[in-house]
Design a binder for this molecule. Structure first.
Ligand SMILES: *Cc1c(COP(=O)(O)O)cnc(C)c1O
Length: 404
């Protein structure tokens, strides 16, 4: 008789976005005359940049010609893309990462979920709270998290690192020693960033206690401040303790196209065993490689034309972020984020819970956002707004919020 992986049964249902959907549907049914503005969108909305479309068209034509046809992609990605990434994202920033330390994939969600497979189930994980849910959920599936307490919404074997206003939404070093540390900066959902000195502290800590940092840099392109690192490899010693995840989703609009990569430096070793070799083995066995057409699209992100066009897209979203930030501040709200990330994190007024504020905002302004409590217990009393809407809608939403 077969058995299922019953770790899956431990996963609590994900009610966040379905509950939001139901509440919005109920409101619309009751107030058919009122328009809803969505400032909770977690997906990009701008179309792919012309330089990227051009590269894809060209690659499509190559696929239709015997001389330039491409079959299976190389396991770890095409050289042209790995070279573009190593040059554009690392060497240009003085970070010592080479093309053969980059593993091209179909996105950071898969990589951030799969990377735990190369580690023992005995490892203790540490995560920021609130956090992107993939890190914890995939460790639950692997049986690494112990038991769930519905009351506290916490797992017994996970080390939670609260990110609150008191610590500038940056985690403090944990009291218990973790083996795997998930960090994401600039952060989803809080929109916070950490300085190079703060990240260096984590790198030093990981090297000292023998932990690995899994660093999610999905929002790197939104960084506007000088002292915020674009990659963990700007920190000294990161080559022996850090894996970095990157995505083309938020910087180049690839959420529907799918492309990302993981960096594992060859110096990252556990008792002499290379993590690079383990991940290469896994990638070669379980992964077919991103399509040629998509990897050519990714290469175009690093062209002069592509870079200029994407800079404009990011500027568009960040103008929205500034509009939300400044508008909320004028209206008397306590806000953070929105400077190095497309997310604005606001403290709910009058000690409202996250969901109470959701209802209040929907009822009074017809504006939809995301309750902070949906990202973890320390998100309670906070609310996430995103900069991915249109500028016109963002302005209109702020006008409504100011009139509440
Ligand atoms: C959006 C996002 C990603 C990107 O995932 P893809 O699978 O590449 O689209 C990764 N990490 C975080 C924290 C995100 O918010």
């Amino acid at each position: 008789m077969y058995k299922i992986n019953d770790n899956y049964l431990k996963l609590p249902g994900s009610y966040l976005f379905s509950t939001i959907g139901k509440k919005v549907a109920a409101y619309t049914a009751e107030h058919p005359e009122k328009s809803i503005i969505r400032l909770g969108i977690g997906d990009v909305t701008q179309p792919l940049a012309p330089a990227i479309i051009e590269a894809m068209h060209k690659a499509v034509d190559e696929m239709g010609c015997a001389e330039t046809f491409h079959g299976y992609a190389p396991d770890l990605g095409y050289e042209f893309l790995r070279n573009a990434i190593a040059g554009g994202d690392y060497q240009a920033r003085g970070a010592d990462i080479k093309a053969d330390e980059i593993f091209v994939s179909d996105g950071a969600k898969c990589d951030s979920g799969n990377i735990q497979e190369i580690f023992s189930t005995d490892n203790r994980i540490a995560v920021c709270d609130p956090v992107y849910p993939v890190y914890v959920d995939t460790n639950v599936m692997a049986g690494r998290t112990g038991t769930y307490d519905a009351e506290t919404e916490m797992w017994s074997d996970v080390i939670y690192m609260p990110c609150l206003a008191e610590n500038g939404f940056a985690p403090k070093l944990p009291k218990e020693t973790p083996d795997l540390i998930y960090l994401c900066f600039p952060n989803n959902p809080t929109g916070s960033a950490i300085t190079k000195e703060q990240l260096q502290m984590w790198v030093d800590y990981a090297n000292r206690v023998g932990a690995v940092i899994i660093y999610d840099a999905a929002y790197e392109a939104y960084i506007s401040e000088e002292n915020v690192p674009h990659t963990i490899y700007e920190c000294e010693g990161a080559r022996t303790c850090a894996i970095e995840l990157k995505s083309f989703s938020k910087n180049a609009g690839f959420t529907g196209v799918r492309l990302g990569y993981t960096v594992i430096p060859k110096d990252l070793k556990c008792g002499g065993v290379s993590l690079h070799a383990l991940w290469a083995r896994r990638h070669g066995t379980k992964y077919n490689g991103a399509p040629y057409i998509i990897q050519r699209a990714g290469e175009a992100v690093y062209s002069e034309e592509g870079k200029a066009q994407l800079k404009e897209q990011i500027a568009y979203y960040m103008k929205n972020a500034k509009t939300i930030r400044d508008g909320l501040k004028d209206a008397g709200y306590t806000v953070s984020g929105g400077v190095n990330a497309p997310y604005i994190w606001l403290k709910t007024p009058d000690k409202m819970t996250s969901w109470e504020f959701f209802d209040y905002l929907l009822e009074k302004a017809g504006v939809v956002g995301t309750p902070g409590s949906g990202f973890g217990p320390s998100g309670e009393g906070y609310f996430r707004l995103t900069a991915f809407g249109s500028y016109e809608n963002t302005l209109a939403a702020l006008e409504r919020i100011k009139k509440m």
